[in-house]
Design a binder for this molecule. Structure first.
Ligand SMILES: [Zn+2]
Length: 140
């Protein structure tokens, strides 16, 4: 994706919806600042690093590693998560940004810092697609 909105007023652009639309197409994308090259997440009209309003959307690989995780025994978001306990992971993407998410298809006991993960696009019953991750085999 090479969409640049540098000439569009920031207030007129729904950055989060653009991010969600990409997830619905099975693509993890983030804004990259055209001034300092930093990724912006969550999506924003202004770069937190340099203040620039210029950016482009970049498709990311979806590959990363578990940087940290925490196990919750209380359900704070019953609309999203149904089983307890559940883990919230902080994934270090290979392109640099870190994102909070969940792991699907693995028991909590299997989670370890440093394990490789791959993005999955989890469609909820209401049609919204959430970014989640699954454990992936380490590179050979
Ligand atoms: Zn910047």
């Amino acid at each position: 994706m090479a969409e640049s909105t540098a000439s569009t007023p920031a207030a007129a652009v729904d950055h989060l919806q653009t991010y969600r639309n990409a997830l619905a197409r099975g693509t993890l994308s983030m804004q990259a600042c055209l001034q300092c090259r930093a990724f912006r997440f969550p999506p924003s009209g202004i770069c937190a690093e340099c203040g620039s309003d210029r950016y482009e959307w970049r498709a990311l690989s979806g590959r990363g590693t578990i940087w940290s995780f925490c196990v919750f025994h209380k359900d704070y978001f019953p609309k999203v998560l149904r089983e307890k306990p559940y883990a919230v992971v902080l994934v270090q993407l290979e392109e640099g940004p870190r994102v909070y998410s969940n792991i699907v298809g693995a028991k909590i006991e299997a989670l370890r810092v440093g394990l490789p993960v791959l993005a999955v696009f989890d469609e909820r019953p209401d049609g919204e697609v959430l970014l989640k991750f699954r454990l992936s085999a380490p590179p050979a």
